[in-house]
Every structure is written in structure tokens, then in C-alpha cells.
Design a protein around this ligand. Structure first.
Ligand SMILES: [Zn+2]
Length: 228
């Protein structure tokens, strides 16, 4: 099926239009590195955004959000994994050695029903698998149905809009199966979290999620995004 779709709709580079990949190797090296921000929130260890939110990533991430394109997600994950392994190898080893659990910023159930999938969860799950980290989308939930952050221009309105939006599930039934080697893991094994979102701009969403997580005995929290 995917071969057939590739034949009908071949992947085309978002930047130079060359056929074969969504971001071709020549254009991948032009993506601008962003890096670690230690000051996003006092409750965070730090926040790592891999690339600057510039073209072609803007269009790529918008398309992924509104159209479920698995190949596009696979390519983004491939790019992110390579970036983390080559630029931040010690950080990755530290995350692996200290049992960091990768969790995506959740969507409200209503928006999830409407859109059909959560692009951050789709990316985070593949990313966790490839980086040999555990993953769960059963810990953090969204209680409040809010306006999309991107539609709100004022920074303080964005913070108010998203505040107290999240909840941590105490109903997680351990053990659940992680993607790495089907090992049974339990909730209490994890005190360290990497919160993943596709894009981190003002950080209001991340800060609100971190506020909620820190009330539940999570010791160390990192934020990770593809773009920022
Ligand atoms: Zn290209």
C-alpha cells in the first residue's frame, strides 16, 4: 500500500522540491540548530529544542499536524535521532541510564477526536523507540479544553489560557508495556520525565504541564522539542 502511495504521491523536498524525501540530505544540513535553554522554567532541568522553527520545518510540522502522514513523521524522527545522537550523546546516555520516561504533551479528548491523532504522541513514541527510552501516554492528561495556543498572540493570555489544564493520572494500572524489549515496567520506577512537544515557543504549555507533574513526586523533568 505504501509503495503504491509513494508511486502516486512521491515524497518531494519541502525546501528544494527534489523528489525522494520530504527534507532531502542537502536541505537537512541547512536546518538551524537551536540548543539547550536552562531558563524556560525553574522547575525544569532544562529545555532542548533541536532546531529553530524556520522554513522548511514550519510547513512540515503544520502538514503533520493536520494530515496524518506517517512517512513524514518517520523522516522527522530519523532527523531528530541523528541530531540527538551526534550533538548530545552524553545527555542521551544520562537519560537512558537514569530511566527517563518520554511523555508527549497530550491533546484534550475532544480535539483528539476531531483531529484523529496527536502529532506529538506520534513523534514521541517513535523517538522513544529509536532512542531506547521508555514511553507512556498514560500519565499526563488534558482536563481543560482550551483555544489553540498558536491562535493567541499575547504572551500573558497564552499563559492564562493554558494554566491548570493538565492532570496526572493516578489510575495508571501498572505494569504496562514499554516499547523497549517488551519489558514490564511500573509507574513507581519512574521519577524522571522528558516532556515532548513538537514545537516549544513561549513555553506556556510546557510550564503548565511541569507545574502539574511536580506536584506528583517526579524528581527531574526535561523538556524536548523538534523546533523552538
Ligand atoms: Zn532539498
Amino acid at each position: 500500500m505504501s509503495f503504491f502511495l509513494d508511486f502516486l504521491f512521491p515524497s518531494r523536498c519541502y525546501s528544494c522540491q527534489k523528489i525522494g524525501q520530504y527534507i532531502c540530505p542537502k536541505c537537512r544540513v541547512k536546518l538551524i540548530n537551536k540548543g539547550i535553554d536552562p531558563f524556560l522554567s525553574k522547575k525544569l532541568e532544562a529545555s532542548l529544542s533541536l532546531f529553530k522553527y524556520h522554513p522548511p520545518l514550519i510547513k512540515v510540522l503544520q502538514d503533520l499536524k493536520y494530515h496524518f502522514i506517517t512517512h513524514l513523521a518517520d523522516e522527522l524522527v530519523e532527523i531528530a535521532v541523528k541530531e540527538i545522537e551526534t550533538r548530545y550523546p552524553s545527555l542521551l546516555k544520562y537519560w537512558q541510564a537514569n530511566n527517563y520516561l518520554l511523555i508527549p504533551i497530550p491533546l484534550h479528548q475532544k480535539r483528539l477526536n476531531w483531529r484523529g491523532f496527536n502529532q506529538s504522541a506520534l513523534l514521541a513514541k517513535k523517538l522513544a523507540y529509536n532512542l531506547k527510552l521508555q514511553y507512556s501516554d498514560q500519565i499526563l492528561f488534558r482536563l481543560k479544553y482550551t483555544q489553540p495556543q498558536a491562535k493567541i498572540k499575547n504572551k500573558s493570555f497564552r499563559a492564562t489560557n493554558i494554566s491548570n489544564s493538565f492532570s496526572v493520572s493516578t489510575l495508571v494500572t501498572p505494569p504496562w508495556r514499554g516499547p523497549v524489549g517488551n519489558v514490564k515496567i511500573t509507574f513507581s520506577q519512574f521519577t524522571n520525565i522528558i516532556l515532548f512537544d513538537d514545537i516549544i515557543t513561549t513555553g506556556s504549555t510546557i510550564k503548565s504541564a511541569v507545574d502539574t507533574l511536580t506536584k506528583h513526586n517526579f524528581k527531574s523533568i526535561w523538556a524536548l522539542s523538534l523546533a523552538g
